[in-house]
Design a protein around this ligand. Structure first.
Ligand code: S3P
Length: 434
């Protein structure tokens, strides 16, 4: 098991390019696998989560080549071409992979079973299984959690489903099942969530329309293979955005980042606190907007975060809480109970870290109240295998009085392989121990 040993740094500066987007990389593999023809992907995230998806699509019969770093070619088997896997499909730490595969596999003619690592085996799966059953799927969970057993051969029919929670994974799973259903599938979101599935399915030629929080898919006869240029992952860029807000000695520019409006709630949250962040060099890769993000040193002030921004920043709260701990005054986050069912309970995990590092805070059932403005003490944090908790506390070192040791950081490679090297390149001091 590896650890991070992070020494206080003298500040960050410079340019950095983060690895490819995790959500988009998963989807490129899955849609490419059931398309007709070869889908060519560049900028693919070679992190453990997406490699689990890659192994799964291979064992379902798609041929995948990796001609160069970040490049993947998927020879699609066609909408009806997937075959029974020879073994249980292991999703590792990847919740997105498991939930999206539930949707994709629900309409197949063969049986399949999905498992994952210790963390994933504790995460809720009924939020996907229940509406899939309404579509006619035959799916079992173990008291709501994996293993997930999917029985092949059902005739799926489209449904109109109002999601009880704002979840892009649930929405995407239903749309994937909808590819195999009779009639249209409509998903109604209680709040806007990331829309990579809708955008990418459109680029594969599928009839998906989205208006005012209602997404409708009409089953296609085929998906046309395409090219996917994966932008840098905004959720990985988030660590450098926060690092620059709290500890830049000169501007930091993060290049080629996906800035899909359903992903960049963090920018609005930090702007409310007085951050100086600009999007420059706008362009479009496929269906996704991309920009460089320029962050200048700023003095952050605490604020109350509007709940509408929560789903637009759901993966960024570990980093955001670190920013809040550095902002003058009080920051209040509510409406974020989804954080409790992520890789770890991220409210509890951040609170434990703040206790160790001397940051005053109050845990709320659905968020946290943080009193910021003081420097972090040194100390030892157990990330318990949550990649984003580990990276967030590494960034905290920019405002730490002493060394911070972060245990169990191996899973950083699930979303951000090479984080330590890139972080050190802009001025953090992340060492690997353990
Ligand atoms: C994701 C959706 C989000 C997010 C996860 C990736 C996706 O999960 O937290 O990291 O790729 O669809 P929820 O759908 O549970 O909000």
């Amino acid at each position: 098991m590896s650890d991070f040993i992070v020494e206080p740094g003298a500040g960050v500066a410079g340019r950095v390019r983060v690895p490819g987007d995790k959500s988009i990389s998963h989807r490129a593999l899955m849609f490419g696998a059931i398309a007709s023809g070869t889908t060519r992907v560049t900028g693919f995230l070679e992190g453990e989560d997406c490699l689990a998806t890659l192994r799964a699509v291979t064992s379902l019969g798609a041929r995948v080549e990796r001609p160069a770093a970040g490049e993947v070619w998927i020879e699609g088997v066609g909408l009806a071409g997937l075959g029974a896997p020879t073994a249980v499909l292991d999703m590792g730490n990847a919740g997105t992979a498991m939930r999206l595969f539930m949707g994709l596999l629900a309409g197949q003619s063969f049986d399949s079973e999905l498992v994952g690592d210790q963390s994933l085996m504790r995460r809720p799966m009924e939020r996907v299984a229940r509406p899939l059953r309404e579509m006619g799927a035959r799916i079992e969970t173990l008291e709501g959690r994996p293993p997930v057993r999917i029985h092949g051969g059902p005739r799926l029919h489209g449904i109109r489903y109002a999601m009880p929670m704002a979840s892009a994974q649930v929405k995407s799973a239903l749309l994937l099942a909808g590819l195999y259903a009779e009639g249209a599938t409509t998903v109604i979101e209680p709040a806007v969530t990331r829309d990579h599935t809708e955008r990418m399915l459109q680029s594969f030629g599928v009839d998906v329309t989205a208006r005012g929080g209602t997404v409708t898919l009409r089953p296609p006869t085929r998906l046309e293979s395409t090219r996917v240029e994966v932008p840098g992952d905004f959720s990985s860029a988030a660590f450098f955005i926060v690092a620059a807000c709290i500890g830049a000695r000169a501007p930091v520019v993060i290049e080629g980042v996906g800035v899909n409006p359903t992903r960049i709630g963090l920018l609005e949250m930090l702007a409310l606190m007085g951050a100086d962040i600009r999007l420059i060099n706008h362009r479009t890769w496929g269906m996704e907007p991309v920009a460089d993000i320029e962050v200048r040193p700023s003095r952050l002030k605490g604020t109350r975060i509007p709940e509408r921004l929560v789903p637009l920043a759901i993966d960024e709260f570990p980093a955001f809480f670190v920013a809040a701990a550095c902002a003058e005054g009080e920051t209040i986050v509510t409406g974020a109970e989804e954080l409790r069912v992520q890789e770890r309970d991220r409210i509890a995990a951040m609170a434990r870290g703040f206790e160790v590092l001397g940051i005053p805070h109050e845990v709320l059932p659905d968020g946290m109240r943080i009193t910021g403005g003081n420097w972090f003490d040194g100390g030892t944090i157990d990330s318990r295998g949550d990649h984003r908790i580990a990276m967030a506390f590494a960034v905290a070192s920019l405002r730490a009085k002493e060394k911070i040791e972060i245990l169990d950081t191996e899973n950083v490679a699930t979303s951000f392989p090479g984080f330590d090297v890139l972080a050190n390149g802009v001025g953090l001091h992340v060492g690997i121990g353990g």
